[in-house]
Design a binder for this molecule. Structure first.
Ligand code: SF4
Length: 498
C-alpha cells in the first residue's frame, strides 16, 4: 500500500491510505469521482469485493489490483464493482489506470506485468501512522527461482529474481528507524535467490554470462548486508529464505552481522515422500534436516519453521514426528498449516481438473472458489486425503500447534534471550502466533475463532508497545563506498521528503 502510494502520480496529491485489517474504511466519506484502489489477495478477496461495491455505490471510480485480481480480473469486475483491474505489478500501470478513469477512458484491465527492479518505488513511509504497526517491511527482491507446487509466487512474481539496488533499500530502512521502528521485515519472496549450487552449475558452462550475473546478484546481497551492519544496534530484521542458505556459512555470518535475526524457512514436510509431494526435494528430511536447521541457530539466525499437514503421504504418525522434529531442531517459532490449494498454484490446477464436475459446492459456490464462500461456511479442508478424514487432519494440526506453543514450551524457548522483559515479549509473541494464525484458521467454532482474533489483536497491541523505539530523526544513511561521498539522486529525494 505504501509502495503504491509512492506510485501515485503527484498531480493527484497524497492518497488517503486505509488498512482494512486495522479498521474498516468508512465509505460515507467518498464523493462522486473519487478514485478508490483496492488491493486483494485470495484470503481477503470477499471483503475487498464488498468494499468495492459500497465504494461504487457512492459514485467512486473503483480500481482493483493485487495477486488475486491478477489471477481473476473478471471476478473483481463482476463481484467487486471494479471499473478497472490492474494485473501484475502496480508501479507503472496504477498511475495510468487512475489517469484513464478520471478522463473517462478507462480500460477493463491493465497489464502491469513484471517491472524491472530499477522501477520498484520506495514506499511512502511518511504516510504511515507509526502507532498502528509493531513492525514495518521493506522489499529487497521480488520473485523466486524455485517451483513449489503449493506456492503461486514463482508463477506471479516470476522465477528470475528482480533484486533492488542497495541504496534505495538502505534509505528506506533508515527512514523507518528514524520514525521509531526497530523491527523490520525484509518482505522478500526469497532473500537467498542465488545458491552455491546455482553458482557451481553456472560455472561449469563454457559461457560465463550466467555465472557472472548470478555472482553479481550474490555480491549485491553482501553489499546490502555490510551496510545494514553499520545501522543502529537496536535494529532487528527478519525475512524469508530457503533452507539451502544453511550450507552457506559466509552468507549466514553476513546475516548475523546485518542483524537479520529471524527467518521464515519453509520446511513443509519432514519425510522425503512429503517433500516429493510438494516438489520441494531440494529440502532435507530426518536427521539431516535437524542438523541443517540447527546450523541457522549456530549462526545466530532464529527460525520460524513452516510445516504443511494433509500431504498425500501424511499419516497419523506424521503429526507426532513433526512436533518432535520441530523441538529437536531448535527452531524458535513454527507455523503448521493444512494443505490448501490456492489459485495460481500447480496444486490448484491439478485439484480442479481431477475433481471436474464432481467438485462439491456450498450454497451453490463450488469449493474450487473457496474464497467466495463466507468464512463461517467455508470448509476447513478442501482436498480429499487417501488415508485420513478432514477432521483427523484438522485435529492433528491443532494438537501440534497447542503442543508447540504451550506456556511451558514457549517460556523454555524464550531462554535464548537474557533480559526478563525480552523473554516476556517472546512469550507474548508466541501466544500471538498461536491465536492469530493457529486458532483463527483451524477452529470449527466461530465464537472460539473470534475470541482468538480478539486475543490476537490484544497481543499485537502489546507487541507494538514492546517493539517500539525512540525515533532517531537525525539518523544518517551509511556511506556506501561504491558511490563515493555524493548522495545518489534517490537519497536526495529522501532527504527532501523527510
Ligand atoms: S514456497 Fe518459497 S521457495 Fe517455494 S516457490 Fe514459493 S517462495 Fe519459492
Amino acid at each position: 500500500m505504501f509502495v503504491l502510494a509512492a506510485a501515485t502520480p503527484a498531480k493527484w496529491g497524497d492518497p488517503i491510505l486505509s488498512d482494512e485489517s486495522l479498521e474498516p474504511f468508512d465509505t460515507d466519506r467518498l464523493e462522486k469521482g473519487d478514485v478508490v484502489g483496492i488491493g486483494i489477495h485470495t484470503g481477503n478477496a470477499l471483503v475487498g469485493y464488498e468494499l468495492g461495491q459500497r465504494a461504487r455505490a457512492r459514485g467512486a471510480l473503483v480500481i482493483f489490483g493485487g495477486s488475486h485480481s491478477t489471477l481473476f480480473p473478471e471476478e473483481a469486475i463482476e463481484r467487486g464493482g471494479a471499473h478497472a483491474v490492474v494485473k501484475g505489478d502496480g508501479e507503472v500501470a496504477w498511475g495510468q489506470a487512475i489517469e484513464d478513469c478520471v478522463n473517462g477512458s478507462s480500460k477493463e484491465t491493465y497489464d502491469g506485468g513484471r517491472v524491472d527492479a530499477g522501477k520498484f518505488r520506495k514506499a511512502r513511509w511518511d504516510l504511515i501512522n507509526r502507532k498502528n504497526y509493531a513492525w514495518a517491511s521493506v522489499q529487497t527482491v521480488r520473485g523466486c527461482p524455485k517451483h513449489c507446487s503449493f506456492c503461486s509466487v514463482w508463477r506471479t512474481d516470476g522465477q528470475e529474481p528482480r533484486q533492488r539496488e542497495v541504496n534505495p533499500v538502505i534509505e528506506e530502512i533508515v527512514e523507518l528507524r528514524r520514525l521509531g521502528f526497530r523491527f523490520i521485515a525484509l518482505a522478500d519472496d526469497n532473500f537467498y535467490p542465488v545458491t552455491l549450487e546455482d553458482l557451481r552449475v553456472a560455472d561449469r558452462r563454457e559461457d560465463k554470462t550466467r555465472y557472472n550475473e548470478l555472482k553479481a546478484l550474490r555480491d549485491e546481497r553482501f553489499e546490502l548486508m555490510d551496510l545494514m551492519a553499520q545501522l543502529p544496534s537496536d535494529l532487528n530484521f527478519f525475512t524469508q529464505i530457503t533452507m539451502e542458505s544453511a550450507e552457506d556459512p559466509e552468507f549466514l555470518n553476513a546475516m548475523r552481522k546485518a542483524r537479520i535475526k529471524g527467518a521464515l524457512v519453509g520446511v513443509e514436510a519432514v519425510t522425503p515422500e512429503g517433500l516429493k509431494d510438494v516438489y520441494k526435494d531440494f529440502n532435507l528430511a530426518g536427521d539431516e534436516l535437524v542438523e541443517r536447521l540447527q546450523s541457522f541457530r549456530k549462526h545466530g539466525v532464529y527460525i520460524l519453521g513452516s510445516f504443511i499437514f494433509g500431504l498425500p503421504s501424511d499419516r497419523q504418525t506424521t503429526f507426532e514426528a513433526t512436533a518432535e522434529l520441530a523441538k529437536r531442531s531448535d527452531i524458535t517459532f513454527a507455523q503448521f498449516v493444512t494443505l490448501t490449494p490456492f489459485p495460481g498454484t500447480l496444486d490448484f490446477e491439478r485439484w480442479e481438473s481431477e475433481q471436474g464436475d464432481n467438485m462439491i459446492s456450498v450454497d451453490g459456490i463450488p469449493v474450487s472458489r473457496h474464497w467466495l464462500i463466507p468464512q463461517e461456511k467455508r470448509p476447513k479442508l478442501l482436498t480429499p486425503h487417501p488415508a485420513m478424514s478432514g477432521e483427523e487432519i484438522r485435529q492433528g494440526t491443532q494438537n501440534v500447534w497447542n503442543n508447540f506453543y504451550s506456556l511451558r514450551a514457549s517460556w523454555k524457548r524464550s531462554g535464548i534471550l537474557k533480559a526478563y522483559r525480552n523473554r516476556l515479549a517472546f512469550v507474548v509473541a508466541s501466544k500471538v502466533m498461536l491465536q492469530a494464525f493457529g486458532n483463527t484458521g483451524l477452529s470449527t467454532d466461530s465464537a472460539r475463532a473470534s475470541r482468538a482474533t480478539r486475543w490476537g489483536g490484544i497481543g499485537f497491541s502489546l507487541l507494538q508497545k514492546m517493539f517500539a523505539a525512540a525515533p532517531m530523526p537525525d539518523l544518517e544513511v551509511p556511506n556506501n563506498d561504491k558511490l563515493g561521498d555524493s548522495p545518489s539522486p534517490a537519497s536526495q529525494s529522501l532527504t527532501a521528503a523527510s
